[in-house]
Design a protein around this ligand. Sequence first.
Ligand code: ADP
Ligand code: ZN
Ligand code: ZN
Length: 683
Amino acid sequence: MQVDLVTVAVAVETPQHTGLGAPLDYASTAPGLPPGTLVRVPLGRREVPGIVWERPPGDAPPELKPVREVLASLPPLGDSWRQLVGFAAAYYQRGLGELALAVLPPELRKLDDVQLTRRIARLHRAEAPPAAAPGDPLHGPALNDEQRAAVEAIGAAPGTYLLHGVTGSGKTEVYLHAAEAALAAGRQVLVMVPEINLTPQLEARFAERFAGRRLVSLHSGLTPAQRLRHWMLAHLGAADLVLGTRLAVFASLPRLGLIVADEEHDPSFKQQEGARYSARDLAVYRGHVEGVPVVLGSATPSLETWQRVLEGRYRRLALPQRIGGGVLPRVRLFDMNTLPRQRGSAGPALAPPLVQAIAERIERGEQSLLFLNRRGYAPVLHCTACGWKSGCPHCSAWRVFHKGDRSLRCHHCGFTERVPRACPDCGNLDIAPLGRGTERLEEQIAELLPGARVARIDADTTRTKGSLEAQLGAVHAGDVDVLVGTQMIAKGHDFRRITLVAAVNPDSALFASDFRAPERLFSLLMQAAGRAGRDAEQAARSEMWVQTWHPRHTLYAALRRHDYEAFAAGQLEERLAAGLPPFASLALLRAEAREAAVAQAFLRAAAERVQAQAESMGVTIYPPVPPPVARVADVDRMQMLVESPTRGALQRLLAGWLPQMHTLRAQHKGVLRWAVDVDPLAI
Ligand code: ADP
Ligand code: ZN
Ligand code: ZN
């Protein structure tokens, strides 16, 4: 009997940086396998999952291996999903199959068709009729004029919208109404947040408001089984709302009608390893491809987004006031230069007037929130006799002193030792902490305010599952007077009793080498300010304190007036003058080796390959330099900045260049890893 074989292209996960990015050809007996179908195919000696892709015209090689299995029970991944993945792979310079399979739930890749059929049947059985009929009128507050105008604009036309308003200005209410309109039209809604465990209230609000709808979450905290189930519900069209972190931008949503990215400026939207994609930027692309509105919400939009608003490419929808008459707290810049100097110490943790202000809050039964962006007790220990410091033997970094377990811990490689009793170099017993982290701040506040109930929230106190929730619960219940923490506590939470927020030591960001540091500081401080004074009565006595040695800095001047636009204008002017984003496109090539010289030689050789071409395109390739922390876990790192006046030129250069890197690497034996980061957050 004659069996007709057809050629199909299949995207498979080929090993990283082999240069095999494109789909591979296979033979199939199943006629007309539609693109997007999940299959299993042989690759080398293994059998691997793959996705049928459009096949470019051309002859197939004569000897084709057959597709082993077609996972026919799963509907094919849609055209727009494949377009999104194809775009992301090309833009962020990854293999198509590598990216396509990496963004599927890991469990899905393990299943055969029989198992898959069973899972799908189980999903269908588990579906309860909805508790309330869909299309229920929204039982939230009546919208104000600005909110209504925003909801109407979003519903009227696809496009990218900046929903611009401070914490408490009613943005979430706009998301809910826009979502309701999309759902009523039979569409699915994707809502993305930077970190899901920091925004439990948002999820709770959506769940409560859309009780009659099926809402699923997608983030890395789910078990593999949960993630598969939620992904399948979205893909099968059974879930109406998907609430997730950056990886949710790749959810398969056949009826997508609206995308929301809350706190769009947040760096968490950028994936920092593997395919280094920006979920915010991909959301905008996805909205464009699918012809659906994309709502970017923020009080302090990223300068990329803001520039597009100024250019008229995104439309700004402003929510200028806090709901309920709450105003942003008065910002008080405390000039630390006015304090008497204490020789040889880090100085007082808190200025006396700030301590006084906190004490008044405690008296009134109100809460204060203090943040300091450094965890541990002190960033470094030192010997007062010989000058020894607690460096990490494996990294170019100090080891942080954690007093709780008396350890010295490297935050880069994890190397941990008990604190030595005496200086390892000279035997001196007087080794002392330098500087201050949250652990020390907590201790000092307890000393300054005896009897105050002080709690600390940072990565160290929230390691175990459920501990963050428990600690937040204590704050909400009023069991805490002073909450100390890292930027974790400055974001998202809706604390009702806080009337004082203080940034203990924010100055370092003013002079950081990272060009985005001021932007991040401004947004963090604005967000922190938003924690206080959410109702009119409280707002009147709410304050934000900033302890600074540079009280006249323009960033603080803008913060004092809550003036994002002035701050953004100043920053954009600097970026334009310096040729930085959003006025230029950047990529960073990184290389790692046991010795910096090896990584450097590799990057130099890479640059030579395309130097002439880059120059003709107006693209600048800067010499390789070490990053701020150059050595981590006994590996040296080097990076090379590529700067282009346009995205297009950068893309053309990288597309031709990176495949050559594979051969180059073979010639530079000591190179352990290399990677490209398109639109890097920090350079
Ligand atoms: P944001 O997302 O900007 O922080 P929210 O949407 O959470 O703001 O609104 C802040 C608070 O005000 C919430 O408790 C919300 O329920 C309430 N709220 C929002 N819009 C209105 C409105 N139009 N009328 C009354 N209350 C509102
Ligand atoms: Zn010593
Ligand atoms: Zn280390």
